[in-house]
Each structure stands twice: as C-alpha cells, then as structure tokens.
Design a protein around this ligand. Structure first.
Ligand code: IMP
Length: 217
C-alpha cells in the first residue's frame, strides 16, 4: 500500500480523525469448481449500494465505542450475524487517500478466519435477516482465486471497481496470509490490466448505443 501504515494505537491517538473499520472474513475449503478446479479459500466481499466492491464494515465513532465493537455493530447490520472481532484481528490502519477534506479518515482493516460452515451461515443471514440487505449492501460475493482457461477468474474480479483501498487490502492479504502464490497473483493482475483496457472499449460501444437512442428521441 502506498500510504504510510499506522499502528492501532497511533491511529487512535490522532485527534479529530474519523475512523472506518472493515474486515476480510475467509475460510479454507476443499470444494472444487466444475469438480476439478480447487477453490482453496472462500473470501467474502460485498457489492455495495454505490456499485463498488468492498469489505463489510463502516464508520466507527471511537469516542462512543471501541473500534471492534463498532465494527461488530456494522457487521450485525450488514451480515445479520454476531461475530466476535478482537484487537488481535487488526491487520492494518492507514490514512485514506483522496479524502483531503477535514476531518481525516483512517481506515482500519481486520482479518478473521472462520470455518467454512460459518462462512455459509454468514452468506445465508446476509441475504435473509440482515437489515442492510438490498439497501446498503446489494449482495455478498466470493472472490474467485483460480484462473480459468481463458485467463478469467481472479483477474476479471480484480478488474472491477473497488471502494477506497479495498483492492489493495485484498491483494495485500492474499500475499501476507499466503493464500495465493505471488507469481499467480502477479500474472492475474497483469491480465487484469488488459481486461480493464478491453472493458473501456466495451464501455465506448455501450455509450455509442445510448448516443444513437438520444439522437432519435
Ligand atoms: P462505509 O460506511 O462502508 O462506506 O465506509 C466508510 C468509508 O470507508 C468509505 O467512505 C470509504 O472511504 C472507506 N471504505 C469503505 N469500504 C472500504 C473497504 O472495503 N476498504 C477500505 N476502505 C473502505
């Protein structure tokens, strides 16, 4: 990550800063795609109300609640489950880039490993009992860590649009937790850049469609 890392204590010492906490929930899995491609790990992200991909979580007012308590409150609303997230799960804190307006925002990132059954419970609750379902959260998604024959999978996923530093948090976690070989991740990201360029061509074609309609209306 480009901007400087802070410890949890340094982040909390910042007077006048706002704090946002997000978490990567993940598990191991033995399941296989099409019965032959190992899925290896399930990592949960979400499609947000603004059309961007991100991790579950949100703003925490640390003058009123501990960071982890605020994160658990957000998770209850977004996922419909009670999870226990502790200081030990705190992986990273940084100043958010692109937010020059005062007060400054510090984004805290937590990582929590669950059992596969717990991940499935989270997925079910997030689409049934969670208060934010269909509103702030449009749906949970799993991150594909494999590469398909045509080069899709992780590379296509990474070429989508992400909120803030969520893509970097994902890539950083994959490397730090050894969930994927650096070489495979490097290849996927290089392919993502190509996919991204092709996406721009595709968008131009879609834009041309609307322009033709506008001219005839
Ligand atoms: P929100 O309430 O989840 O939108 O989070 C509050 C702020 O944190 C957002 O305005 C973003 O700047 C940032 N943010 C949201 N999601 C993520 C994430 O997954 N990773 C890093 N920052 C995020």
């Amino acid at each position: 990550m480009a901007n400087a890392q802070l410890s949890r204590a340094e982040a909390l010492a910042c007077s006048g800063c706002r704090h946002a906490c997000h978490v990567m929930l993940y598990s191991d899995t033995k399941s296989q795609l099409f019965g032959r491609t190992p899925i290896k790990h399930i990592i949960l992200m979400q499609m947000r109300f603004d059309g961007l991909l991100g991790f579950p979580g949100g703003f925490v007012n640390q003058s009123q609640e501990r960071l982890e308590a605020g994160l658990c409150r957000e998770l209850q609303e977004e996922l419909g489950v009670t999870l226990s997230i502790s200081e030990d799960d705190h992986a990273d804190a940084r100043y958010a880039t692109g937010t020059n307006s005062s007060p400054r925002l510090i984004t805290h990132f937590y990582v929590k490993k669950l059992k596969e059954e717990q991940i499935k419970e989270v997925e079910q609750a997030s689409a049934s009992t969670a208060k934010d379902h269909g509103q702030e959260v449009l749906g949970m998604v799993r991150v594909p860590l494999y590469t398909t024959k045509g080069g899709g999978g992780l590379s296509s996923f990474l070429s989508h649009a992400f909120i803030g530093s969520a893509r970097t948090q994902l890539v950083d976690s994959l490397l730090r937790l050894h969930l994927l070989a650096p070489e495979d991740l490097h290849k996927a990201l290089k392919h993502s850049l190509k996919t991204h360029a092709l996406g721009a061509v595709d968008l131009q074609a879609a834009l041309a469609l609307t322009e033709a309609k506008r001219d005839h209306s």
